[in-house]
Design a protein around this ligand. Sequence first.
Ligand code: NAD
Length: 385
Amino acid sequence: DTNMQIQSHRKLKLGMVGGGVTAFIGGVHRIASRIDDRYELVAGALDNDPERGKAFAVAIGIAPDRAYDNYEDMIKAEASREDKPDVIAIVTPNFLHYPVAKAALEAGFHVICEKPMTTSLDDAKVLAETVKKTGKTLFLTHTYTGYPMVRQAREMVANGAIGELRRVQVEYAQDWLAAPDEDPEAASANWRNDPKKAGQGGAIGDIGTHSYNLAAFVAGVEPTEILAELTALVPGRQVDDDASILLRYANGAKGSIWASQVVAGNGNNLSLRIYGSTGGLEWWQEKPEELWYTPLGEPRRLLRRNGVENTPAAVAGSRIPAAHPEGYLEAFANIYRDAADAIEANEAAVLVPNADDGVSGLAFVEASLESSAKGGVWVSLKEKK
Ligand code: NAD
C-alpha cells in the first residue's frame, strides 16, 4: 500500500529477569517483544541458577558482560550505563515480582511485570505508590486484554451495545495441576503450590486474577463485593486449586467466576460471557478470533477479527488478514507494543493493565481468601483498597 504511513520508532532497550532456558512464559515475552520490532533485549538475569542463566543469555544474543548472576547486580550495573534499558520485564515466580519491580522502578526503569503483581495486597499497594513516586510505569501482563476481540468487547460495552450491565460470567478451567504435586512431569507447577513462592492464593492468584481482570476490563467496572469458596481438591495441597466466586456490582448486576486447575479435559478453557439489558457478548480464549454478539430479539451474530463491524481497538490490535489465525503471541505483542507507545510518548497505556490493576487483583485474592476462610461471607473490595 503506497499510502501507508511509515512511522519510525526508537528501538526500546529491554532487560529481563527470569525466563531462563526451562521457563514457560519468558520465551513468549521475548517473541512478543520482537513481533513489531520495537524492542532489543540487551541485559538479563534469567535464572535462579546463575551459570545456566548466563549461558542461556549469551546463547540468545545478550552480550556476556550484560548477562548477570542475579537481578540485584543487573539493576545496579545497568542503571549506571549510558545505553541502559528503558524497561525491565519480570517473568519470575510470583514472590520475586515485588522486590524486582520495586528495585527496577527505584533505579529509574519502566517495568513490564507478570501477574499476579505481588504475593500480598500490602506489597501491591507499596508498588503502586512506588510507581507514583518514581513517575515510571508498571505494565501488568494480563494477556487476555491484548486480544483484538476482547478489546472489541470492551469498546462495545462502553458504547452501549449491551445496555445496562446485568450479568458477568467468567470461567477459567485447566487440568494441568490435576495430578498430585509430586508428579515430576509438572516442573513449573512446583512453585505454584508453595505458598512462600506463589502467595497464599493458588488457582485464585494464578488464573483467578486473570479472570477478575478480564471481567473488569470488558465490563468497564469492578464489583464492589465478593463471596468466595476456595478449595484444594487435590489432597494435601497447601493452596487452593479450585475457586468459586460470586460478584456483586454497584448497579445491582451480578457475576461469577469459576477458576479451576484440576478439571480433566481442559487446556486453557477461559471464557467470558457478559449480558446487559439489551444484549450480550461471549468470547472463548481457545477461539480468540470470534466474538458472539447477541442483541436481544435478533439472531446471534458472529463477529470476527479484521471482519465487518470491528471497533478501532480491535482493528489496531490486529496484524494479519482475517481468517489467517492470530492468537496468543499477538495478544502478548499488543501489550508490548502498547507499552512501547506509552513509553515513547510518555503517556498512559489505556488498554494495558497497570499497577492499580495489580492492586485490584491482590484485593480480589485477599478478599477471596478472607471470604472463604470465614465459611463464605460477603467481603467488600472497596475496604481492601
Ligand atoms: P517457570 O517456573 O516456568 O519459570 C520461571 C523462571 O524464573 C525460570 O527460568 C527460573 O529459573 C527463573 N527464576 C527463578 N528465580 C529467579 C531469580 N531469583 N532470578 C532470576 N530468575 C529466576 O514459571 P512461568 O510459568 O514462566 O511463570 C513465571 C511468571 O509468569 C509467574 O508469575 C506466572 O504467574 C506468570 N505467567 C503468566 C502467564 C500469562 O498468561 N500472562 C502465563 C504463564 C505464567
